[in-house]
Design a protein around this ligand. Structure first.
Ligand SMILES: NC(=O)c1ccc[n+]([C@@H]2O[C@H](COP(=O)([O-])OP(=O)(O)OC[C@H]3O[C@@H](n4cnc5c(N)ncnc54)[C@H](O)[C@@H]3O)[C@@H](O)[C@H]2O)c1
Length: 445
């Protein structure tokens, strides 16, 4: 029988082989972190297109440099495959698959469940499995644990903490933030047993500067949700205040700047065109769903969701008001949206409010185009299938639009050039004024 000590020894000597399931925004950088920390990694993904790209030493994520992938492949430390029968080759399995919401805004656990079923088939004695996908408290012990206990390789029921190890450790990432990397962001870990926590901590300690052990997977799962709910609620609060202060002719941005001078008890959040990204618009509702099982309503989460969902509608209302002041109507107006990604300087389109803006503006008769230097063509999403390509930002093109709507404040935008050559600009991010630009063509939303 493989003892816990065998696995700990392998980890200590960096001879433990790491398997990452799901090579996306979370799994790929995590795999590279292990490789750069001296481990060998097998990346598993169901997406056949990703494997040859990686094996050719290239990246499909903008902020992950080709060079890192190439080094990983050239040194023989990175393998990538769609063949899950190779799972027994690895000592540690880290799950980084998507956890979206379904069309009824309820947790879609299908990726986690199908991954767990695949692991069940191949799980062998002495392996550690950690789940990193954001999810509701209870997932690790309610979905993964029973499946793994029944893995065919265990003669009778497998014993967690003895035959195999299981933990939850949520991913924390701020895409494209140069101040934090996977290595320097502290990592919370909750194990199903003390032994599970010990081996999971040893694995992450080998490549992450600081780990934060907690008493159970449920606490670790809840921690991740608290972090994202905190953001969602506070963003909703400033979005609401933006609407109130606008009516009162008070500049929300000036208020936030002034409040930020308080050295304690205040953390600034900023309004925008609506929530985006894989986490904040989605994760809070995992708790809402689970809380129903306990007959508790998550009123704060719902209210924040309501305000944040309304935000793109508010922006379009402002577009109509501004056009109206100039004697124009939105119906038939040519509108150019600047920025398709959900946040600045990245190419990630998931849940981007720009897509919602396109939908609402079109429904009101506007002729909508977009520009995004990082998104040459709008990729199809589960909800939207826009066939649109990024319009070049030339003098002529800008002048051709009745209104320019800034949705994502990419740093590469030449804001002086844009304002100079546009008829009318609505800025949802305060990007122009941050650059010191004042103009009677410029409006807030
Ligand atoms: N992106 C972030 O900034 C971020 C931050 C914190 C937490 N998370 C969480 O991490 C998880 C993964 O998010 P992501 O952003 O990396 O998603 P992603 O869509 O970028 O990547 C997921 C990968 O999993 C693959 N995949 C899907 N089903 C699979 C299966 N059954 N087996 C193997 N591979 C499969 C997909 O092909 C894709 O490559 C989610 O739960 C998300 O909420 C993401």
């Amino acid at each position: 029988m493989k003892s816990k000590q065998t696995l700990l020894n392998l980890i200590e000597k960096k001879q433990a082989k790491i398997g990452i399931i799901g090579l996306g925004y979370v799994g790929l950088p995590l795999g590279l972190e292990f490789i750069e920390g001296g481990f060998n990694v097998i990346g598993f993904d169901v997406d056949e297109k990703k494997i040859p790209i990686l094996l050719n030493g290239n990246s499909y994520i903008k902020h992950i440099k080709d060079e890192r992938i190439k080094n990983a492949v050239d040194t023989g430390r990175l393998e990538a495959t769609t063949d899950f029968s190779r799972l027994p080759e690895v000592d540690v399995i880290i799950i980084c698959v998507p956890t979206p919401l379904d069309e009824h805004r309820e947790p879609d656990m299908s990726y986690v469940v199908s991954t767990a079923e695949t692991i069940q088939k191949y799980l062998r004695e002495g392996q550690l499995v950690t789940l990193e996908s954001t999810t509701y408290p209870g997932t690790t012990e309610e979905i993964l644990l029973p499946l793994f206990e029944d893995a065919p390789s265990f003669k009778s029921k497998g014993k967690v903490g003895k035959d195999f190890y299981l933990a939850f450790s949520p991913e924390r990432e701020d895409p494209n933030n140069p101040n934090f990397t996977t290595k320097t962001i502290p990592k919370v870990i909750g194990g199903c047993t003390e032994a599970c926590l010990e081996v999971a901590k040893a694995v992450y300690d080998a490549v992450i500067d600081k780990t934060v052990p907690v008493s159970s997977p449920r606490v670790a799962e809840a921690t991740k949700l608290l972090e994202n709910i905190y953001r969602s609620v506070n963003i909703a609060l400033v979005n609401e205040l933006k609407m109130v202060f606008h009516r009162m002719d008070i500049d929300i941005w000036e208020v936030i700047n002034a409040a930020s001078s308080k050295p304690f008890g205040y953390h600034p959040f900023y309004p925008g065109p609506g929530l985006g990204g894989h986490c904040i618009p989605i994760d809070p509702f995992y708790l809402t769903w689970k809380a129903r099982e306990y007959e508790v309503n998550t009123k704060f989460i719902e209210l924040a969701g309501e305000i944040n969902t309304h935000q793109p509608y508010y922006v379009v209302q402002r577009v109509m008001e501004v056009l109206n002041q100039r004697g124009k109507s939105l119906n038939g107006a040519k509108v150019l949206i600047l920025g398709a990604a959900y946040k600045k300087n990245i190419d990630d389109m998931r849940e981007s409010p720009s897509l919602k803006l396109i939908e609402i503006l079109r429904s009101k008769g506007a002729v909508v185009s977009y520009n995004d230097p990082y998104v040459p063509k709008l990729p199809p999403t589960r909800k939207y299938k826009f066939d649109m390509e990024s319009v070049e930002l030339t003098e002529n093109n800008l002048q051709d639009f009745e209104l320019i709507l800034l949705s994502t404040d990419h740093d590469v935008y030449d804001y002086e050039f844009i304002i100079k050559n546009s008829k009318l600009v609505i800025d949802t991010r305060n990007a122009f004024r941050k650059k010191g630009i004042q103009s009677d063509k410029l409006y807030d939303a």
